[in-house]
Design a protein around this ligand. Structure first.
Ligand SMILES: [Mg+2]
Length: 432
């Protein structure tokens, strides 16, 4: 039985519900619904004009309905009288195929047909910056190698612990918080879970972090590369695949503890990596994080090549220990639902086609990448990635109507970017 939201409101003191969905560009859209009206909304959904958000719809389309998932209810820890509800989108009584949460659920259902369940965790890096967005907010945070800086972390104790306390109260099992490799950059980790639960939490984490930072007079950004000289914000994903409650990526007989299925899944990610980048690295700015020159700390910590390795952070995929791997390509702009859907679609193809991931490379890719022949590089910009997605038989087949809708909107975005005249062009071309 799904949770009765009307009763839950009475029992928990919820006065309003935020019926929320995430559009194709990762924007969270919502209606604020009084508890007195939740019964009908829980059944029929909250109405929206789909064209008004990034979903590839027309102004002539009928109402779009966001039907809340009661299992995803989260009371805002900083305002408990509001209950946040992730929603699935419907039009004319049918699920909207390209809607990110619907798309992920379709991939999860596809995996379930083979008895498989993906579990994942995400590492959301973010910066705390000034409200105008121009610089890291902490003027004393100036170290060249600021990673794990104890003092810079503790100067943000009030913000970080308010977010961590919130995750503790929500039962997410957070276990560590740190200052990351760029000035003003932080990361907070909580336990992995089922891919849909992780995607809902990832979406909520971004909203929560921005909201709590604002309360403290700061701005939180997940932008992949807000400062050219500093390490960018990744969103590393740790992935395992389960059958009947057993992690089928674990194999103690393998040299680094990964099963044949695990290697095939990685083979799928390697096969589709350039197309997948259009989803996991979805902005113009994303490509300034990967393929970047060395930062002031000494390393970008972002991959440039379609390669995998053992416990080594210079490749696209790292296998830190048995039974899982870390996908290091995705960045802070990745849509929480599309990230998981893309990983699952490409990985399942790897398993079904028994894709060979090729040879594991244990070298430092930043310094010795040039010594290996035939290594595929990641797309150099968003347009390259979009073209790869357009040409990807695997992702077009698995993700269906999502791909043309997404590419249509992303092409408009790319064109808008190209119409923007930069200072760099003027400086380098005025005297041509
Ligand atoms: Mg990190």
């Amino acid at each position: 039985m799904p949770l009765d939201l009307e009763n839950a409101a009475k029992e928990r003191g919820i006065k309003y519900f935020l019926i929320s969905y995430t559009d194709l560009f990762g924007g969270q859209r919502a209606k604020l619904v009084p508890a007195a009206a939740i019964k009908g909304m829980a059944r029929d959904g909250a109405g929206f004009a789909g064209f008004a958000t990034w979903l590839d719809m027309s102004p002539a389309d009928p109402d779009l309905f966001a039907v809340p998932d009661p299992d995803g209810l989260i009371q805002l820890p900083w305002k408990p009288e509001v209950g946040w509800l992730p929603a699935d989108l419907y039009m004319n009584g049918k699920p909207v195929a390209q809607a990110p949460r619907n798309l992920l659920k379709a991939q999860i259902a596809d995996a379930a047909r083979d008895g498989l369940q993906m579990k994942s965790g995400v590492e959301c890096e973010f910066f705390l910056i000034t409200p105008d967005g121009s610089a890291p907010a902490d003027n004393a945070d100036k170290q060249m190698k600021p990673c794990y800086d104890q003092s810079a972390l503790m100067r943000r104790y009030d913000v970080i612990t308010e977010i961590c306390d919130a995750m503790l109260s929500l039962g997410w099992k957070p276990y560590q918080n740190d200052h990351e490799d760029a000035n003003g950059q932080f990361e907070m980790n909580w336990d992995y879970d089922d891919a849909l639960i992780t995607a809902d939490r990832h979406a909520f984490f971004k909203y929560m972090t921005r909201s709590i930072a604002e309360k403290h007079g700061l701005r939180a950004t997940f932008m992949p590369k807000p400062f050219m000289n500093l390490t960018g914000s990744g969103c590393h994903a740790h992935v395992s695949l389960w059958r009947d409650g057993r992690n089928i990526f674990a194999d103690a007989s393998d040299e680094i503890g990964l099963s044949r299925e695990g290697y095939h899944f990685i083979g799928g990610l390697i096969h589709s990596a350039d197309a997948l980048a259009a989803i996991t690295n979805p902005t113009v700015n994303s490509y300034k994080r990967i393929n970047a020159p060395r930062t002031t700390s000494g390393a970008t910590w972002a991959p440039n090549t379609v390669t995998y390795t053992g416990n080594n952070r210079t490749h696209m995929i790292r296998i830190p220990d048995g039974g899982r791997f870390e996908f290091r390509l995705a960045d802070g702009a990745a849509n929480p639902y599309l990230l998981q859907a893309g990983l699952l679609a490409a990985g399942l193809d790897g398993i079904r086609q028994k894709r060979d991931p090729g040879q594991r490379l244990d070298i430092n890719m930043y310094t010795h990448g040039h010594t290996v022949e035939g290594v595929k590089r990641l797309p150099l910009n968003m347009l390259d990635a979009m073209r790869a997605l357009e040409g990807s038989a695997v992702l077009n087949e698995a993700l269906g109507a999502f791909v043309p809708s997404y590419l249509k909107l992303k092409t408009e975005e790319w064109n808008a970017y190209c119409r923007h005249l930069t200072e760099w062009e003027r400086e380098t071309t005025l005297d041509c």
